[in-house]
Every structure is written in structure tokens, then in C-alpha cells.
Design a binder for this molecule. Structure first.
Ligand code: BGC
Length: 255
């Protein structure tokens, strides 16, 4: 495995499972030291750290809480010996509610984790970086739902569409400092967030019919896109979204 991220200090939010876990493992395999952010039960994050080895550190924080985010960066710097230069804003939540049934608390929960979280983490990263930084990148894990409207998930779609424009805007602000900001937009991936879909053969078949490549994606297929976008090989890419979705955004039902 190449060491194209050798010397980098990465922080992956929501890294205890799914895409976050696969990303932490992949960034470490490519040479980075990795902060494995989690919230709640420590066991799954400890397992990620055990899988990676001494280059990984588990750090608890609710990304929607300002003080917790500041403390997380403090802890990550201590553990890795310097400022973070690679942030993967991956933590995200979703649950279906039609508009008229949507409790305000649920709207706020989804916006807080999926959008305020990336804002707080990105701001903290940039505040702590020196003016002259060799390589630094923020990767926002958005979704095909940064462009596809999804009934019963208006809060989720608002958060992901918002994340896309947040990312593009700070990409412009941060370009003069050499900090790149990109989005990776997964389609339907084999992760715990999709457990119900994965276990229901009928629903899974219907979903697969909407994917030109005919299958759900693996978390590692998202992780490899994130690793490439984070690396010096993608040094001329900023503001862009890379869709890793088996073609889900290609209007598969339009003939
Ligand atoms: C969601 C998944 C969903 C996929 C495609 C993702 O952003 O997290 O639950 O299967 O989009 O709709």
C-alpha cells in the first residue's frame, strides 16, 4: 500500500462504523495518523483503533456541540503531535418523517449533526492550522441527496444540499491558504444506517433497480475515493463533489 498520506494528521468524525470506519482504516493504511471520533458507546471505536494500531486514537465528541468539538481537536493534536490537516466530516444521522409529522426536535437533530457539525469541525480545523500549510483538506461526506430530493427526508436533504454549498463556499474562502474542500457523495452503501433496507429483500431489489451498476456499494469504495481526494494526487481539485453511487444520479428511470 502506498504511503501517499504519510505524515498527515487526520480526523474522521463518526468513525466507529460504516463509511467512517472504513475511511479511518484506509487513511491509516495510506500512512496518516487518525483520530477516530465517536459518540456514545466506546466499544466500536476501540475496535477500530485496535484494527488500525498505534497510529489511531479514539476521541469522543458530539460534533454538534461547540465545546466538545474544541476539546476533540485539543485531544487530537495532543495525541498526534500537531494540528490536524485532514478532516473528514462523516458523522451523519437520518430518520424518515413526512413534513406534517416532522417534530422540530428531529429537524434540529439532523441539521445539527449533519450540517452544524461540519461547520464547527471545519472552523476549528482552520483556526488551528498555521498560515502556511503544505497539504490540508476537508472532505465532506454528503450524499446523492445533495441533489436528489427524497420524500420523508426533507431534513436530511436540506442538510446535504446545505453541506454541498457550505463546502463550495469555504472552498473559495480557503483556497488562498492552500486548504482544499471537497465533497464525496455516496449512494446506497452497505452500512448500519441502511440495515433495514439490507435485510428486506424486496426493498433491496427495488433500490438496486435504481442503481445502474445494480448493487449497493461497499464502505471501502467510498473510503478509497476519500483517500484519493485527500492526497496530493488530487491537489488541483477543490469545491467539487465526487459521486460514488453506482450511477444513482444518472436518472436511471428516465427513458
Ligand atoms: C442515505 C441512505 C440511502 C442513500 C440512497 C444516503 O445518503 O444515507 O440511507 O440509501 O442515500 O438513497
Amino acid at each position: 500500500m502506498s504511503q501517499r498520506l504519510g505524515g498527515r494528521r487526520a480526523l474522521v468524525t463518526g468513525a466507529a462504523s460504516g463509511i467512517g470506519r472504513a475511511t479511518a482504516v484506509r487513511l491509516a493504511a495510506d500512512g496518516a495518523a487518525v483520530g477516530v471520533n465517536y459518540v456514545g458507546d466506546r466499544t466500536p471505536a476501540a475496535d477500530v483503533v485496535a484494527t488500525i494500531g498505534p497510529r489511531a486514537t479514539a476521541i469522543e465528541a458530539d460534533v454538534a456541540q461547540e465545546a466538545a468539538v474544541q476539546a476533540m481537536f485539543e485531544r487530537a493534536e495532543e495525541a498526534m503531535g500537531g494540528p490536524i490537516d485532514l478532516l473528514v466530516n462523516n458523522a451523519g444521522v437520518e430518520a424518515p418523517y413526512e413534513l406534517t409529522d416532522m417534530p422540530l426536535e428531529e429537524w434540529q437533530r439532523v441539521l445539527s449533526v449533519n450540517l452544524t457539525g461540519p461547520f464547527l469541525c471545519s472552523r476549528e480545523l482552520v483556526r488551528r492550522l498555521p498560515d502556511q500549510v503544505g497539504h490540508a483538506a476537508i472532505v465532506n461526506v454528503s450524499s446523492v441527496h445533495e441533489v436528489i430530493p427524497w420524500p420523508s427526508f426533507s431534513h436530511y436533504c436540506a442538510s446535504k444540499g446545505g453541506l454541498k454549498l457550505f463546502g463550495q463556499t469555504i472552498a473559495r474562502e480557503l483556497a488562498p491558504r492552500g486548504i482544499r474542500v471537497v465533497q464525496v457523495a455516496p449512494g446506497a452503501i452497505l452500512t448500519p444506517i441502511n440495515q433495514q433496507l439490507i435485510e428486506d429483500p424486496e426493498k433491496r431489489r427495488e433500490q438496486e433497480e435504481q442503481i445502474p451498476l445494480g448493487r449497493l456499494g461497499e464502505p471501502e469504495e467510498i473510503a478509497s475515493a476519500i483517500a484519493w481526494l485527500s492526497s496530493p494526487e488530487a491537489e488541483y481539485v477543490t469545491g467539487a463533489t465526487l459521486f460514488v453511487d453506482g450511477g444513482m444520479t444518472l436518472y436511471p428511470r428516465f427513458v
